[in-house]
Design a protein around this ligand. Structure first.
Ligand code: NAD
Length: 443
């Protein structure tokens, strides 16, 4: 099939590559000319395991191409995916500027029937707004061209995006058009072979499903962070509590890890957008508001532990950070807890030495060159002369460190474990003070 994707970010590029991998002819459109030029050279501008070879292979095979020309994109696809960003607006609502800009250019250039698929995470009612925007642009041209707008939210996880896209848990298709549904079922057939993964519904339910999924996951994290904060106060170890509750299959072990708060480009903005949607419909979403408030506080928690350890004065201290990306296996730094921590440390007069396997370039993009930030090219280099080590992102390379080497490199022997990755006894027996999250000893 001939497919066009608008937006070549984590979602658009991965989806485009996976659809090309199945033999479709895919054209990816982006307004970022540098990104398109790089992709045409086979350079993938984001880190996502397995993505670069898939992009290069399909580009070389003539199945995947890139352009900044929206008109060419509209002319190419019988299915037109919208996979552009929906960042938070100042009031927490989703900013639909990019989505509606794509809708307008579809209306400006559409000549034959196409299915317009909203893959971006968008508030309930957006499919109708996209439809209206396309109609408006068609009317301005004085033409009538049939089209359908479908809501097909994306559930891939950065770090596992290619796998998730190739083997989705479910494929949500929100549509009231039998023709559009049939076309998308044909497109997704290769991803839907062993058991039925397609859940068809109306567009509003599909749009809400995406927010409900992310809000549920964020709720699990904030719940565990709340229990961790309680564990610190009552002298319990949240790691034991976690294992104890996870054994109940109704609860399960997934996604109940306490830590430095959730970050990334989705959970924070999607919880805020859902709160906004609820409020604009006259409903006070008390649980979601609490999920967000607990997370805001949790993102300050590591800093509070560090500050307390050093008697409230961090001026002139050097703090080593292991991990900057918002989670392992990605270079994404959007709303990363490491950023809240670094900014608090800088505000308190500390110097940061940091190592991350993939997020150095993104860190420079956010912060540029600054005197109070040293980016290191290997983990132990970050420790040289530092007063503390803070584990922020649980990359595999940090899982079994040499605690004696850490002890020897640090000017003062203290480790803050923002992911409860380490056995406190092992850390302490190497002569390091240990702080975890909710491990009964930090308050
Ligand atoms: P991203 O910021 O990585 O990429 C968005 C791309 O869209 C950018 O390259 C940008 O230049 C491009 N763009 C903006 N306006 C455009 C236009 N008019 N025409 C063509 N391209 C344009 O975003 P992302 O992380 O891929 O997320 C995209 C959407 O998918 C968001 O709504 C997000 O919430 C949702 N989503 C993201 C993830 C994730 O893990 N990143 C998972 C599921 C859903």
């Amino acid at each position: 099939m001939r497919i066009t994707l608008f937006g070549t970010g984590y979602v658009g590029l991965v989806t485009g590559a996976c659809l090309a991998e199945m033999g479709n002819h895919v054209l990816c459109v982006d307004i970022d000319a540098d990104k398109i030029a790089a992709l045409k050279q086979g350079v993938v501008p984001i880190f996502e395991p397995g993505l670069a070879p898939m992009v290069q292979r399909n580009h070389a095979a003539g199945l995947l191409d890139f352009t900044t020309d929206a008109a060419a994109g509209v002319a190419h696809g019988e299915v037109l995916f919208i996979a552009v960003g929906t960042p938070p607006d100042e009031d927490g609502s989703a900013d639909l500027r990019h989505v509606l800009a794509v809708a307008a250019s579809i209306g400006e250039h559409l000549r034959d029937y196409a299915v317009v698929v909203n893959k971006s995470t968008v508030p309930v009612g957006t499919a109708e707004r996209v439809c209206a925007r396309i109609d408006q642009a068609l009317a301005a041209r004085g033409v009538q061209v049939p089209f359908d707008v479908v809501s097909n939210p994306e559930f891939l996880k950065e770090g596992d995006a290619v796998d998730d896209c190739m083997r989705p848990d479910r494929i949500i298709i929100g549509s009231d058009s039998a023709r559009a549904l049939a076309l998308l079922k044909r497109l997704y057939a290769p991803f839907n072979r062993n058991h039925e993964r397609i859940v068809a519904m109306d567009t509003r339910s599909a749009e809400l499903t995406k927010y409900a999924a992310n809000a549920m996951l964020a709720t699990k994290i904030s719940f565990m962070n709340e229990i961790a904060n309680l564990a610190e106060r009552v002298g319990a170890d949240v790691e034991l509590v976690r294992q104890g509750i996870g054994a109940d299959p109704r609860i399960g072990y997934h996604f109940i890890y306490p830590g430095a708060g959730y970050g990334g480009s989705c959970f924070p903005k999607d919880v805020q957008a859902l709160v906004h949607t609820a409020e604009t419909h006259g409903y006070a979403p008390r649980l979601l508001q609490a999920v967000e408030a607990v997370n805001q506080a949790q993102k300050q928690h590591l800093f509070a532990l560090i500050q307390r350890h050093f008697g409230g004065d961090l001026r002139g201290k050097t703090i080593a950070l292991w991990g900057l990306a918002f989670k392992p296996n990605t270079d994404d730094m959007r709303a990363a807890p490491s950023r809240t921590l670094m900014e608090a440390l800088w505000g308190a007069g500390a110097h940061v030495r940091a190592y991350d396997p993939e997020a150095q370039r993104e860190t420079r993009r956010f912060y540029g060159e600054r005197a109070d930030l040293t980016l290191c090219v290997q983990p132990y280099e970050a420790l040289q002369g530092a007063d503390a080590l803070v584990l922020v992102t649980e990359w595999k390379v940090f899982r079994s460190p040499d605690f004696a080497r850490i002890r020897a490199a640090l000017a003062t022997p203290v480790l803050f474990d923002g992911r409860n990755l380490y056995d406190p006894a092992a850390v302490e027996s190497a002569g390091l003070a240990y702080y975890g999250i909710g491990r009964g000893r930090s308050v």
